[in-house]
Each structure stands twice: as structure tokens, then as C-alpha cells.
Design a protein around this ligand. Structure first.
Ligand code: C5P
Length: 229
């Protein structure tokens, strides 16, 4: 896997999703299907987008007891997606169970560390985690690596430290990306595609800066030019 831009297909219907994807005539972007679209349309949306030739990151962030996650992961891996994920806060036993569930399907499983919308203040107040956020992220990443997972979802700001702690081949998939002249929205820790590249992200996940752009294809190309070069 090389550096790539993953477009977050945060739409609530198949119609809107396909209308969006129809705009891409020359490229087949790597796409992310999240909870909104998956819950609205079910597994068939994954099969249809895959049939159009896109690589898929199925972002359902599983977090439950190990046995339930193992069984759910077996179903998701059966969809032959390229990547899917769990919450690292589900602990090592849950991450190992997720891997067992996926078996040798080739689906890469990565772990969410702390959401990019979480600030130090919110983590301390709401979760009673009082360590510095970057230390928490690195600890979660090391646990994910020790469990055998392929990488983590984290902020680009943490990508370098994750690679130092877990190795260069441990994937960093990083949302929280905004153009220098764009809206931040509800994300807290953001960087530009160019900065994410400098910081060592392997994949950037970009939603609204592309999906809500006046010209989504041009915005995607701008991301690719800044991030992949
Ligand atoms: O629109 P935006 O670029 O903020 O979209 C980012 C995408 O990445 C969303 O689909 C969001 O659910 C996802 N994501 C995130 N932070 C994480 C994990 C996933 O923003 N830690």
C-alpha cells in the first residue's frame, strides 16, 4: 500500500453517493464508507462501490466484547473490503478477536486511537484520562501493534510518533485534514494535505473538503497533488 487520499463518502443514500462518484471519470478514488451510508443502505452498497472498481475502507469502528467483534468482523471481512477498523479502547483481547474474525481474507484491520474531534480537555473531563493526548495515542497504537493490527487511525500530528513507536510499515490513516483556506468544521486537530505528507501519514481521509466542494474532482486532485505529489 502506498500513500493515497481516501474520500469519506459521508452521504445518507445510495443515490447521493453514486451521483457523487459519477463525477469522477478519470480516477477511481480510494473511498471510505462510514456508519451513515452503511446503516442507510446495508452491505449491498459496499458490493456496488467495489464493483465500480474502488478500493474500500469500511469505517464502522467496532467496539464490543471480543466474541461479538470476532463474529461481526468475519461478516465484514466477507465483503472483501481493503480495510476496516475497531476502537483500540476495546482492549487487546478485542483487537486480537477482530483479527481472528477476519482470518486470512486480506482485509487490513486498523484501530481508532482517540478521535480527531477529541481535545485534551474533553478527554480529561469526559473520559477521566489525564495523560497528555499524544501519549495516550501512542499507547493505544503500541497496543494495536502488539495485537497484530495493521495500523491506526490518528491525527496527522501523531503520525511521525506512531511510526517511531510502531515501525514505518505500521499504517497511519489520518482524518482531520483541511485545506489551508478551508473550513475546520467540528474537527479539532487539523492539518493540510501537504503538512500531513511532511508528518509521515500513509493515508489521509478527507470528507467535507472534497464532498462539499463546489468542484469535488478538482478538490480531490488538489489533495492528491499536495499529499502524493
Ligand atoms: O468531513 P471530514 O473531512 O471531517 O471527514 C472525516 C471523516 O473521517 C469522517 O467520516 C469521520 O467519521 C472520520 N474520522 C475522523 N476521526 C477519526 C476517525 C474517523 O474524523 N479519528
Amino acid at each position: 500500500m502506498g500513500k493515497d487520499v481516501i474520500i469519506a463518502l459521508d452521504f445518507d443514500s445510495k443515490e447521493k453517493t453514486m451521483a457523487f462518484l459519477d463525477q469522477f471519470r478519470e480516477e477511481k478514488p480510494f473511498v471510505k464508507i462510514g456508519m451513515e451510508l452503511y446503516y442507510a443502505e446495508g452491505p449491498s452498497i459496499v458490493e456496488e462501490i467495489k464493483a465500480r472498481g474502488h478500493k474500500i475502507f469500511l469505517d464502522l469502528k467496532l467496539h464490543d466484547i471480543p466474541n461479538t467483534v470476532k463474529k461481526a468482523m468475519a461478516v465484514l471481512a466477507g465483503l472483501e473490503v481493503d480495510m476496516t477498523n475497531v476502537h483500540a479502547s476495546g482492549t487487546r483481547a478485542m483487537m486480537e478477536a477482530a483479527l481472528q474474525g477476519a482470518g486470512n481474507t486480506g482485509t487490513k484491520i486498523i484501530a481508532v486511537t482517540q478521535l480527531t474531534s477529541t481535545s485534551q480537555e474533553r478527554m480529561e473531563k469526559d473520559l477521566l484520562i489525564e495523560k497528555p493526548l499524544d501519549q495516550v495515542v501512542i499507547h493505544y497504537a503500541k497496543t494495536a501493534a502488539a495485537s497484530g493490527l495493521a495500523g491506526v487511525v490518528c491525527s496527522p500530528l501523531e503520525a511521525g510518533k506512531v511510526h517511531t513507536a510502531c515501525g514505518e510499515s505500521f499504517l497511519t490513516v489520518t482524518p482531520g485534514v483541511r485545506f489551508a483556506d478551508g473550513d475546520v468544521g467540528d474537527q479539532v486537530r487539523v492539518t493540510t494535505p501537504a503538512r500531513a505528507k511532511e508528518l509521515g501519514s500513509d493515508y489521509i481521509v478527507v470528507g467535507r473538503p472534497i464532498t462539499q466542494a463546489a468542484g469535488p474532482v478538482a478538490a480531490y486532485r488538489r489533495c492528491m497533488a499536495e499529499f502524493v505529489g
